[in-house]
Design a protein around this ligand. Structure first.
Ligand code: NDP
Length: 438
């Protein structure tokens, strides 16, 4: 039986490895070797990665690819993508090429507002709480001056602090609902620091507010934290072209294709089972760029899915319509991204990727990321409504199966040729490989 360990975090890296390999793997020598294989030979670089998180024992590689030829607002980009799933980079590149010769992608930043909340319990009269809030609002802002001064110099800072009565949802529950502009930062640390300061001011001022009863003076701050739901940190990215330019394949007319695309998006709008997968495809593109640029993909995921459900039913993040003879396809998605802060100036590959993206501001990055999501969705939905998804997918999957079974370069070349005219299935690939090896 396994036993819990006390003080794991205080062990050295090699002691941690020894412990995990011995206690949780069947071949400790082999396990240690695998972990070490993924260490970087440059010890300083390895130490940098070790210190990103806690209890580090190795690095977990993710392939990084490039999707070139993205024409965004008449500027050409090559987009770095970090993702483990085959087909995503290929699909993005294909969509970029297709739209590059049809005017490219157009984008518009609809807002950059970030949100944070102080959640508190107040037992007393709401009208007194309102008067108290009006009185202390300027103190909330002035007490946070030491935190906001440099952000204000950049044109950002606190935008608004609102008192919200949530007591009909939960007894005695109120909020300071706060909005911020964080310029080129995602803003988590800035916002959380401001909120903790607001909470301290709120509690102190309540203790000294003479109109409050003794009970009302005891405001209980439950927590102070940014929200990853940022419906006003919003970006729209769009493609459009005359329908007759939608000559996607010989098998389908441009008009039929346009109509099928619109129909497919309509289905994703009304059918949550489809919408989730539809949006998952969008997030294939989005997460890959978010990760490659050192941003927080969990934050982006949470915010995007909440936005997809903003009307009460989970729905598509992309939209499509035919207007006259023009086909329009667009995405609207909240993206709180940073090009400073977090890992952005620490991780050498992130720095390189931001250079490849021509040193974007946070707003530029919102546009690039939204376009990657839109391109991905265009490629996925156009496959679905024409050839089906498996044709392209299994071709890419072929490589993974061959690698899993240690195919040599010669075997790969032979089988890639063979499967140009045969259907890829897992069993089919294994049989072909076995036959080749006989
Ligand atoms: P940092 O705190 O690392 O960096 C942001 C700071 O950089 C700003 O507050 C500002 O500080 C400074 N800065 C320098 N130049 C600029 C500029 N041009 N525009 C804006 N700020 C600038 O990062 P973030 O606060 O953005 O936080 C991001 C990290 O927080 C991510 O790694 C994320 O994973 C993590 N996180 C996420 C949470 C969530 O999403 N729920 C919760 C907690 C953490 P100054 O004004 O003092 O110079």
């Amino acid at each position: 039986m396994k036993k819990p360990i006390a003080g794991f975090s205080t062990l050295s890296k090699s002691e941690k490895i020894e412990w995990i390999a011995t206690n949780y793997t069947q071949n400790p020598v082999q396990s240690k070797k695998i972990l070490e294989t993924y260490w970087n030979a440059d010890s300083k670089l390895q130490q940098l990665h070790d210190e990103f998180i806690e209890n580090t024992i190795s690095n977990f590689y993710m392939p990084m690819g490039i999707a070139p030829n993205f024409l965004i607002n008449d500027r050409l980009y090559a987009i770095p993508m970090a993702i483990e799933e085959s087909s995503v980079v290929a699909a993005a590149s294909k969509a970029a090429k297709f739209w590059g010769s049809r005017g490219g992608f157009k984008t518009e930043v609809l807002g950059t507002e970030k949100v944070g909340q102080v959640h508190f319990i107040f037992k007393g009269s709401y009208s007194k709480l309102e008067s108290f809030f009006t009185k202390i609002k300027s103190t909330l802002i002035s007490d946070a001056k030491h935190l906001t001064e440099s952000m204000e110099k950049r044109g950002g800072g606190i935008s608004q602090i609102e008192l919200r009565d949530k007591s009909s949802d939960l007894q005695d529950y109120y909020q300071l609902h706060c909005t911020f502009e964080t310029q080129d930062a995602m803003g988590a640390n800035f916002i959380n620091s401001c909120l903790e300061q607001f909470a301290a001011t709120l509690k102190n001022e309540a203790l000294n507010y003479s109109s409050f009863s003794e009970q009302e003076k005891q405001i209980e701050v439950v927590m102070s934290i940014l929200s990853n739901y940022v419906p006003n940190c919003l970006i729209k990215a769009e493609v459009s072209c005359p329908i007759d330019q939608l000559n996607i394949s010989k098998e389908i007319s441009p008009k039929d294709f346009a109509e099928k695309m619109v129909r497919a998006v309509e289905i994703a709008k009304v059918e949550p089972y489809r919408a989730v997968t539809h949006n998952k495809g969008i997030m294939n593109g989005i997460d890959a760029v978010v990760l490659a640029t050192g941003n927080d993909f969990r934050a982006i995921e949470a915010g995007a899915h909440a936005y997809a459900a903003k009307n009460g039913t989970y729905s598509s993040l992309t939209h499509a319509k035919i207007e006259g003879d023009i086909f329009h396809f667009w995405i609207e998605i909240p993206l709180a991204l940073g090009t400073v802060g977090g890992l952005t100036k620490l991780h050498p590959l992130v720095k390189l990727n931001l250079e490849i993206l021509q040193k974007p501001s946070a707003k530029d990055l919102m546009q690039i990321v939204a376009v990657a999501g839109l391109a991905q969705n265009f490629a996925a939905v156009s496959s679905l409504v024409t050839t089906g998804i498996q044709k392209g997918h299994m071709k890419m999957h072929l490589m993974n199966i061959l690698n899993q079974h240690a195919a040599t370069e010669q075997e790969k070349a032979t089988l890639i040729e063979y499967f140009k005219t045969h259907t890829v299935t897992h069993r089919g690939v294994l049989n072909a490989l076995e036959n080749l090896r006989k």
